[in-house]
Design a protein around this ligand. Structure first.
Ligand SMILES: [Zn+2]
Length: 248
């Protein structure tokens, strides 16, 4: 018997059927915390809040500015500076949560509108890839990546949008047009130029396109054996991509 002042009410909504992703998958690449790029090339949640991609393909984020500010305060080391640091950390936490809500909301709405499913890189994949750069290491907040995945999963299931997680190897080095996988496809940070077919673009956008393709392949692999009469409940479950595409 609950006798507290708060009465907790749990509302169970009927789960909508998961729609078939007839137009493929929308993917999001979380290259740098607080900045996400979709396979359509949209930078989320928009230049004003998260960052911009400059002419050299470099990402300028609010997080980067915050990092410089933190370093200045850490050098000072006074009690007042430490107080400011604590306040900044709380503010940053709230800001990133807000950003994740905005990103997930946009992505689910966009997938719903265009008849697509959503595919994201799983946390393990993000960790192993993002560790590569010093710049990204200091901007990596695992909880923020995990939160973005959770928010998106939750909103997708609620909207009946297919949701998948994949652990794609080489998404940053592979060309989504011709399939060429090479380290040389990444001449500079943030930049992709295919050495075989010449496809060029922002690295995060290219990575998102690769993830989107993995989503299509993974979905087909999961659903093909049950193509006739698969109960919808099975379809909103995330699933691993087939072993052959996850590499080693
Ligand atoms: Zn190519």
């Amino acid at each position: 018997m609950i006798t507290g002042r708060l009465l907790q009410v749990t509302l169970t909504l009927p789960r909508p059927r998961t729609s078939e992703p007839v137009n493929g998958f929308l993917a999001v690449d979380q290259g740098v915390a607080n900045l996400a790029v979709t396979s359509d090339g949209a930078v989320l949640p928009g230049p004003a809040l998260s960052g911009t991609i400059d002419g050299n393909g470099h990402v300028r984020t609010l997080r980067e500015r915050r990092h410089r500010q933190r370093r200045r305060l850490q050098k000072k080391g006074t009690p007042a500076a430490r107080r400011v640091l604590r306040r900044l950390s709380g503010r940053e936490h709230r800001m990133m949560t807000d950003v994740n809500h905005q990103i997930s909301k946009y992505v689910v709405r966009e997938a719903e509108r265009t008849g697509r499913g959503i595919v994201l890189e799983d946390l393990q994949g993000i960790r192993s890839r993002v560790r590569a750069h010093r710049f990204q290491r200091r901007t990596l907040h695992s909880w923020a990546f995990a939160q973005m995945i959770e928010f998106t999963r939750y909103k997708a299931v609620r909207a009946g949008v297919a949701f998948m997680l994949v652990d794609p190897a080489y998404t940053s080095q592979a060309c989504p047009e011709c399939g060429c996988v090479a380290k040389a496809n990444r001449p500079a940070r943030g930049r992709f130029v295919c050495t075989r077919c010449g496809l060029a673009g922002h690295a995060d956008h290219i990575a998102a396109r690769n993830i989107a393709q993995q989503g299509v392949a993974g979905w087909a692999a999961v659903n093909q054996p049950h193509a006739t009469g698969l109960p919808s409940a099975r379809r909103d479950r995330e699933s691993e991509p087939p072993a052959s595409t996850s590499g080693s």
